[in-house]
Design a protein around this ligand. Structure first.
Ligand code: MSP
Length: 511
């Protein structure tokens, strides 16, 4: 059976979740839900990154132990997923002992394979990024280009990972797999970093204690990025098999590794697109298929992040407008893969004009007309060929977009049909046809076409708007979510029933 494995980055527990984190989780959930609709065995992983300097520093600033801060904030990230209606199959914490054991065994193998040596590192380091900076990445005044804080000069005896040994193999990988990293600009960025010449990087930290112990030298912990990246692999060794999987078929690693998609933000490209494949090569582990890099959600032109302090609270947005609206808005407003601004004003505009007016009204008036003119029952028969032609190939092209993680383009392709259906209502004016004698069959066909068109868009929109689409499909008496029967065709909707308003005005809103 085809498997689909999608991951989000694991989030730092040095502060609370914000909209930037919600964004990646929502995107991954859309992909996971869609692939479940295809009947595939889907594994969707998210979780928390708990070791390293940023977490240790944040805990000490609060006067508590890193473990206590990690426990506290990991729960907030764990709680975020269901609040976003994310259907993740597992939530990994890098302090899970099972994860730590896998990190130790994989990185010991990297050492046995000859890719680890002892050395001294000296360079500029950003404690917030937990990253050593190349000279080219440093802002004037020795400042971090992301956090704007002054970098520290670090000198440390470390074990090094022989990244330079993978120069050629990485270049070959990029040549062979032009869709290993997408969008193309990010592929080019990663490849030019590789071509600029790879230098060996620290694999361990001597000065830190908050991390996974290096099994061959207890004075060291692994550099947090190596520990963190391995979550994508380690989780499969101890996560329970999802209920939807066919019985038998081996353990999860055999069933779903390699990952189909790692979704990440553009700030962590180099770790995923360069270090991660090199590390996997060094450990003789198969490489992931795709890394998709999304942009930043911007407010007033700056990246939202906990360290900059200009945070828009996803919990508040959900409280006021519901999860579906948040999911829809983020993937509609900001082309997935690019940066884009978000604001309350544009959120409210889309909620009103697109969700309430375009989809909500289409649904309520279609159901109401079938109730009024046909007592809620639709006689069997053909669909309007002209409208059917406008739906031709929709499911196939929608799937092709999702295959490339083009979540905004896929959504737009369905939304065009939502608009087409609204125009269809205006063109056909069923309220006039209902008054004209001898046109009973015409009215049947119009209402049938409308109901079936609505069903098709609803099935495709379900990953974006799960609650609203389930309510709507219930109203259409067609609960089936499988994509097999998603294409427009007669015979799915035979009777309808009234549903509550899908996108009510804010006072009553909550999906
Ligand atoms: N812990 C690392 C990831 C390790 S993955 C093996 C990390 N954590 S993070 O919490 O700082 O960020 C996680 C993700 O959230 C990153 O991909 C980052 O780009 C994303 N976002 C944080 N702020 C963002 C926006 N304002 N907009 C969109 N996503 C951004 O990095």
């Amino acid at each position: 059976m085809t498997s689909f494995y999608v991951t989000t980055p694991i989030y730092y527990v040095n502060a609370a979740p914000h909209l930037g984190h919600a964004y990646t989780t929502i995107a991954a959930d859309v992909m996971a839900r869609h692939h479940r609709q295809r009947g595939e065995e889907v594994f969707f992983l998210t979780g928390t990154d708990e070791h390293g300097e940023p977490v240790a520093d944040a805990a000490h600033a609060l006067g508590i132990e890193p473990q206590e801060l990690a426990d506290r904030n990991a729960e907030r990230f764990r709680a975020l997923a269901p609040q976003l209606s994310a259907s993740n199959d597992f939530f990994i914490r890098t302090t899970d002992p099972e994860h730590e054991a896998v990190v130790q065994s994989v990185l010991s193998r990297v050492r046995e394979n000859g890719f680890v040596y002892e050395g001294t590192y000296e360079g500029w380091y950003c404690p917030r990024c937990a990253d050593f900076k190349a000279e080219a990445d440093i802002d004037p005044g020795n400042r971090c280009p992301i956090h704007h804080i002054e970098l520290t000069r670090e000198q440390e005896d470390n074990y090094f990972f022989r990244l330079s040994a993978f120069q050629e193999r990485l270049e070959e990988l990029y040549e062979r797999s032009p869709d290993f990293v997408a969008p193309r600009t990010r592929y080019n960025e990663a490849l030019s970093f590789i071509r600029s010449g790879l230098r060996d990087i620290p694999l361990t930290r001597h000065k830190l204690t908050w991390g996974v112990r290096v099994p061959w030298d207890h004075e060291h912990v692994f550099y947090v990025w190596f520990d963190a990246l391995l979550n994508y692999y380690s989780a499969l060794s101890y996560a329970p098999t999802p209920a939807g999987f066919a019985p038998g078929g081996g353990d999860l690693t055999e069933r779903v590794w390699p990952a189909t998609y790692h979704l990440i933000g553009k700030d962590i490209l180099r770790f995923h697109a360069v270090y991660w494949p090199a590390m996997l090569m060094a450990a003789d582990i198969e490489l992931p298929e795709h890394i998709f890099v999304h942009g930043f959600l911007l407010m007033d032109g700056e990246k939202m992040s906990k360290s900059l302090g200009n945070v828009l609270d996803p919990f508040e947005v959900i409280e006021r407008f519901g999860t579906d609206a948040l999911r829809f808005y983020l993937l509609r407003e900001v082309p997935f893969g690019q940066d884009g601004s978000v604001s309350t004003a544009s959120f409210e505009l889309r909620y009103e004009s697109e969700l309430a007016n375009e989809l909500g009204n289409l649904a309520s008036r279609s159901i109401a007309m079938i109730a009024r003119y046909r007592d809620g029952v639709l006689p069997a028969g053909d669909l309007d060929p002209e409208l059917a032609a406008d739906f031709e190939g929709l499911t196939e092209s929608f799937c092709a977009h999702i295959d490339r993680a083009e979540l905004t383009v896929a959504l737009e392709s369905v939304w065009e049909r939502v608009r087409r259906l609204n125009r269809y209502v205006e063109e056909q004016a069923p309220w006039r046809v209902a008054k004209e004698e001898g046109r009973e069959q015409d009215l049947d066909r119009v209402l049938r076409t409308l109901a079936e068109g609505l069903r098709t868009v609803t099935v495709l929109l379900w990953p974006y708007l799960p609650h609203s689409c389930e309510k709507l499909l219930a109203g259409l008496g067609a609960a089936e979510l499988s994509l097999q029967g998603a294409a427009l065709g007669p015979g799915h909707v035979s009777s309808v029933s009234a549903i509550p308003s899908l996108f009510p005005k804010e006072s009553q809103a909550k999906a």
